[in-house]
Structure formats: structure tokens, C-alpha cells
Design a protein around this ligand. Structure first.
Ligand code: T4K
Length: 374
């Protein structure tokens, strides 16, 4: 039997900038005595993100969930929204808090993003938008979705929580659609401890979104809409600013790890890997999903997940169970059988991937996985 790891290997670990540099940044914040509410570090971070994301139209938040919730509210999305069940719960929660009915349709089997044909089939007179997810950073089929949205006069909204740094045809992914939300949570390849960002092509949306994240205040004495409190603070902005400087190394090391996994697992019977990305995509290697075929591999996904824990390897079943199977969404009626989504949710396992994970550790993880199969 192969030896367990001495220390736990988690599905992810946050990238941390130098502690000394972060401490220098804290001195600046201490001197400013400005901790939140559109402070100077946040303003500087915003300008750097505008450059990185190639847009003027963005707004920062304390987390991605509230960013998406406010984005939907700001755009006045209502009625029914067609969305995926194969995502993190926050995607649907953002609809719930806007009193929008989610209509779950299936995903496609290669990259696990919304199947455009299923989207079109689910449109009703009450549909107002499509909420698609670039799950694992895999870009959705944008052309097909945008075509459907245009023909049926629907808004096209992306949950791009996993997709920071992804480009399609050289264009940053946030520029696709009517609105994109990015999560800057500690578990993401780019993070601000916690945080979120909205990007939107309509500059007119900015004022509304900025009011909504600050209680609806227009000025000291006017509240023009029922907003909430979803502002990013100065410590978050400082972390984000520092991590942003390291994006090229973060992406390069994730790529190396991802490709190493692929080369070591591609011939293991019963393990399916996502196909290589289309040429036009610059990927961010956000997650390392594999699918387990129980018969061929000789062990179920759940058994493998449990067995790996005995080796001190903590993989995750992102995203199982399907969202529509959670108690709070179980009563929503669904017409689509969600065949692909169900199969993927029951067979997928996301393996550890983060910049500090050594290639030697990747080799050990793959040896252990291979040894557990038949
Ligand atoms: N849409 C999508 C598609 C999303 O995936 C998410 C978030 C959202 C929307 C909402 O965005 P936010 O509001 O979160 O900005 C994690 C994250 O909390 C969540 O942000 C993320 N998606 C989701 C996919 O994963 P958990 O419950 O799996 O995280 P947790 O705490 O179990 O962490 C996973 C592992 O990461 C740990 O076992 C160890 C490691 N870890 C984690 C933290 C927080 C660290 O090493 N250090 C840390 O500080 O949800």
C-alpha cells in the first residue's frame, strides 16, 4: 500500500502574497484610517482590475453571492430564469432572493455548461433571462446562448465565479453577455479573502448597482432604492491588489499541475477527463475535475472520495448533489430529465489544484488513485 500524506492535501489552498508586503499595505491602511466605504485602496484596486479586465464598467463587492443578487436586482430580472442545476448553491440563491423562479435545464457532457438546445426548449412567456455558469472556468457556449437571448429578447447573465483570467478569442470572459459575476473567495484562483465583482457592458447600470450595494444611498439624505450592504473593505482590496500582481505565476503553475494530472490520468481505465479546451480559449485551470466510471474503474466515485481521505487527500464532489435536489429547492417542478447533469453530479470528483502543490505530490495523488482502481 502507498503511504498516506503526512499533512492533509486539500482541494485548494489560497495563494498568499508576501506577509511583509501585506504588512506594508496594512501600514498604509492604518495611516489612512479608512477601512471601508469606497476607500483609497479599493479605488486603486478597482483601477487595476479595469485594466486587467479591459473594461470601465465594473463594481466590487464583499462577496460573489451578493454581487450576483444585486446584479439581478439592478437589471430588474423577474419571472422565470433558465439556469443550470450543476453549480454551487449561491447561483440559485441569488435568484431566490430576487423572487425569481429558477428553471433548471441540462448541461452538455464535455465541459458541463448549459446545453443551449435545452435552454431554447424551456423558454416560456415568463422567461426574462438565462443565467449560465462558466463552471470550473469552462466557458459556456456563448454564441449559441447569445443568439437565443437575442431572438427571444432575454438577458444573458453569467455566473463567472470560477472564470477570472479566462479569455475567449483573446477577449476577457467578463465582456460576454449582459452581466458577469466573479467570486474573489479564498478558494478561488484569484481572491481578495472574500469578494466579488460585476462586469456589465451597459455603463448606465453602474449607478444603480453602486447604490444597491450601499443601502440605496444616493447621497447623505436620499435613499433611492431598497439596497443592502455589500461593499468590499480595504483589507480585502489590499489582498486582491497584491494577489493580482501574481496572476501570471498563478496561472502558469496551475497550468503545469493541470497538464501533469492529465498526462498521468489520461490512460487510467474508468477515469474521464474534460477534453482539451478549444483553441480560442485561454483557460485558467481553476479546478481539476475527473469523472469516475464505477464499472470500468472498479470503485464508485463516493468510495474513491472516502478512500482518498484515508491517504490524507481531501477531494471534493463539486457539484453534488445537484442543486435541485437540495431540500430548499426540491419542490420546484422540472420538465427536463437532467440526464447529463445527474450522471456528472454522481461521477465527478475535483482533485487538489493550487500553486503550492508540488508536481511530486501530484504524482503521488495519481499513483494512489491508479492503485485504487482495478
Ligand atoms: N457561484 C459559483 C459557481 C460559486 O462556485 C460560488 C462560490 C459562488 C457563486 C458564490 O461566490 P462567493 O459568495 O463565495 O464569493 C467554497 C467557497 O466557499 C465558495 O466560494 C465556492 N463557490 C465553492 C465552490 O467552494 P466550500 O464550502 O466548499 O469551502 P470550504 O470552506 O470547504 O473550502 C474548501 C477547501 O479549501 C478546504 O477544505 C480547505 C481550503 N481552504 C478554504 C478556505 C476558506 C483553505 O485552505 N483556506 C481557506 O481559507 O465552498
Amino acid at each position: 500500500m502507498l503511504k498516506p500524506f503526512d499533512k492533509p492535501i486539500y482541494v485548494t489552498r489560497p495563494f498568499l502574497p508576501s506577509r511583509e508586503k501585506f504588512a506594508d499595505g496594512l501600514i498604509e491602511i492604518w495611516e489612512n484610517k479608512w477601512l471601508t466605504n469606497n476607500g483609497p485602496v479599493l479605488k486603486r484596486f478597482t483601477e487595476k482590475l479595469k485594466q486587467y479586465c479591459a473594461t470601465e464598467n465594473l463594481s466590487l463587492f464583499n462577496n460573489g453571492t451578493l454581487a450576483l443578487q444585486i446584479g439581478l436586482q439592478g437589471m430588474g430580472v423577474s419571472g422565470e430564469v433558465i439556469t443550470t442545476p450543476f453549480t454551487f448553491v449561491a447561483t440559485t440563491h441569488a435568484l431566490y432572493w430576487n423572487k425569481i423562479r429558477p428553471v433548471f435545464v441540462d448541461i452538455e457532457p464535455d465541459y458541463y455548461t448549459l446545453d443551449p438546445e435545452k435552454v431554447e426548449a424551456a423558454i416560456t412567456p415568463w422567461t426574462s433571462a438565462i443565467l449560465a455558469v462558466h463552471v470550473y472556468g469552462h466557458p459556456c457556449q456563448h454564441k449559441a446562448l447569445a443568439d437565443i437571448a437575442r431572438r427571444h429578447n432575454l438577458r444573458l447573465i453569467y455566473d463567472a465565479a470560477h472564470a477570472f483570467g479566462v479569455k475567449v478569442g483573446g477577449v476577457p470572459i467578463g465582456l460576454l453577455g449582459d452581466l458577469s459575476m466573479f467570486s474573489f473567495h479564498a478558494t478561488k484562483l484569484f481572491h481578495a479573502i472574500e469578494g466579488g465583482m460585476l462586469i456589465f457592458p451597459d455603463p448606465g447600470l453602474k449607478t444603480t448597482i453602486d447604490y444597491l450595494k450601499n443601502f440605496g444611498f444616493k447621497n447623505e439624505i436620499e435613499v433611492v432604492m431598497p439596497g443592502t450592504n455589500a461593499k468590499m473593505n480595504e483589507m480585502q482590496a489590499l489582498m486582491g491588489e497584491m494577489v493580482l500582481q501574481h496572476m501570471p505565476e498563478i496561472l502558469a503553475s496551475r497550468k503545469e499541475i493541470y497538464l501533469h494530472y492529465h498526462s498521468l490520468l489520461k490512460d487510467v481505465p474508468g477515469i474521464k477527463l474534460p477534453p482539451s479546451m478549444p483553441e480560442v480559449v485561454t483557460y485558467n485551470y481553476a479546478y481539476m475535475p475527473i469523472e469516475i466510471d464505477e464499472l470500468e474503474f472498479g470503485m464508485s466515485r463516493n468510495e474513491l472520495y472516502e478512500k482518498l481521505k484515508t491517504y490524507n487527500i481531501f477531494t471534493r464532489r463539486y457539484f453534488y448533489p445537484l442543486l435541485c435536489d437540495f431540500a430548499c429547492y426540491q419542490n420546484i417542478s422540472i420538465s427536463d430529465p437532467l440526464t447529463v447533469a445527474r450522471t456528472v453530479a454522481d461521477s465527478v470528483l475535483t482533485l487538489p489544484i493550487y500553486p503550492d502543490l508540488s508536481l511530486e505530490h501530484v504524482e503521488c495523488i495519481c499513483q494512489i488513485i491508479s492503485s485504487l482502481g482495478d
